[in-house]
Design a protein around this ligand. Sequence first.
Ligand SMILES: *Cc1c(COP(=O)(O)O)cnc(C)c1O
Length: 422
Amino acid sequence: MNTFDRDHLWHPYTSMTDPLPAYEVASASGVRIRLKDGRELVDGMASWWCVIHGYNDPRLNQAIKDQLRRVAHVMFGGLTHEPAIALGRQLVDLTPGPLQHVFFSDSGSVAVEVAIKMALQFWQARDKPGKRRLLTLRGGYHGDTFGAMAACDPVNGMHQLFRGVLPEHLFAPRPATRFGAPLQPGDLEGFERLIGTHRDELAAVILEPIVQGAGGMWFYSADYLRGVAELCRQHGVLLIADEIATGFGRTGRLFACEHAGISPDILCLGKALTGGYLGLAATLATSEVAVGISGRGGVLMHGPTFMANPLATAVAGRSIELLLASPWERRIAAIEDQLRRELGVYAAHPAVADVRVLGGIGVVETREPVDVAALQKLFVEQGAWIRPFGRLIYLMPPYVIEPADLTLLTRAVGAALAATPH
Ligand SMILES: *Cc1c(COP(=O)(O)O)cnc(C)c1O
């Protein structure tokens, strides 16, 4: 372990005095992460949903090198450039038709802040400044900045820690109906009651379509999502779809909204957008929202320093080209089948509460919280990079993973369960 790292560098959600160990990476290629001590790990996390094509892809490397020869960065205020224009065009073409306007930022959390700001400014411009709260679902995750945190699950999010600072939004129960099942009677009732009662103070509903990620790795019914979209329309509330985790094929569709055939007013993208090369996110809006904000001389009040960074937008454009030119649907379907078979057998394990799989995501939910440090060590010994949290051991590998490598990951999950007290 590197002692400077341990003593001076913060890692995500860790203590400075009692951190979990951090393994030092020397390099990575394909689905393999090489540690400084020479060990190789098969990546089960795609570095938090991002690395869909694998590491060190020569075509993505080349896209960055080519752009580097032209310009690494220029401000986006008053200037524009080809990689931003080309990527904007791709995003407008790929996402549902009504989404026509793109705001680039540098991280998913900021994309969510921008989405919230768009919704607030939209209602201000319509002389309805009282519409400034959000309605969302329990079990959600939208990022770690303050606006985004306020929309995260109030229990496993950080609301206790920041009480009095975070705006207080409204939370409907987590959808109970599983993905693939018809809506259970009453499942939408809590949501329906909240949106009906609070419509005059609601700017927007924000949710992760179909897959709730970091808030609990839960997959819910497309009927529920369709119901929400319809209720938003009926009650005059904007719908923000946060597809930062689900975008670009992970759930088996290019965007998770497609499972329900809905089109949001505002869409957030990030994570896999650059294939995991650089931080970049985008917030897309319909013409109704964009023109509404800009009515009577209004401007959208946001402008990150590294907005639409040329290197990031160039590699994102190339990553999307690679994705669309690849047999991604077949690959995701094959990963899904294999995860169902190989994780499915653990459903009967006494330590396991539930096993669920959707697209390139496999989840084993345990009955008790797992010992992250112990399991991480065990996974590394098995040659796997898997990082569980809470009661969730989950896999979301790069799309290019081969069956034998995926089996290595699912076997490692089995070894972890065998080592889990039950
Ligand atoms: C990761 C994530 C975010 C936040 O993105 P960052 O790039 O970490 O700021 C927001 N929403 C969802 C659904 C995410 O999975």
